[in-house]
Design a protein around this ligand. Structure first.
Ligand SMILES: CC(C)(COP(=O)(O)OP(=O)(O)OC[C@H]1O[C@@H](n2cnc3c(N)ncnc32)[C@H](O)[C@@H]1OP(=O)(O)O)[C@@H](O)C(=O)NCCC(=O)NCCS
Length: 95
């Protein structure tokens, strides 16, 4: 999956969480799951944190997203560790 976008008028109504529940059917949660998020996207960072992802501290840019102006989007890596997932697919969000 490359991107996850919910139309603004439907945000904060559980749609993103619904997508995540659907993705859980395809993801191998016995392995770590990684998402890349724009470092300035506070909403997405909070959303993934709520799902149990944590910042790995790794920051980078991806040449696929370089603009004609030569600007690029700074990204950060967040990880959902396999060890934080219970059998049955429920994600532990408390430390
Ligand atoms: C990020 C995004 C996918 C989240 O989808 P959403 O439908 O708004 O999220 P949900 O309503 O399902 O929220 C799920 C949980 O995350 C929390 N959450 C969502 N946005 C949050 C925010 N900005 N701050 C804090 N918590 C947030 C919700 O409170 C909810 O928690 P709960 O389970 O305790 O109720 C959506 O806001 C979006 O498409 N944003 C624009 C595009 C984007 O940035 N995509 C990500 C690119 S990597």
């Amino acid at each position: 999956m490359d991107s996850n976008y919910v139309l603004p008028e439907y945000q904060n109504r559980g749609v993103g969480k619904f997508f995540w529940a659907a993705a859980l059917k395809f993801l191998d949660l016995s392995k770590d799951t990684i998402v890349n998020v724009a470092t300035f996207n506070e909403n997405a960072i909070a959303f993934y944190a709520k799902l149990g992802f944590v910042d790995t501290g790794k920051c980078f840019t991806d040449e696929r997203y370089r603009f004609r102006s030569d600007a690029n989007i700074p990204q950060m890596e967040m990880i959902l560790r396999a060890s934080r997932v219970r059998q049955g697919g429920c994600v532990k969000v408390s430390p």
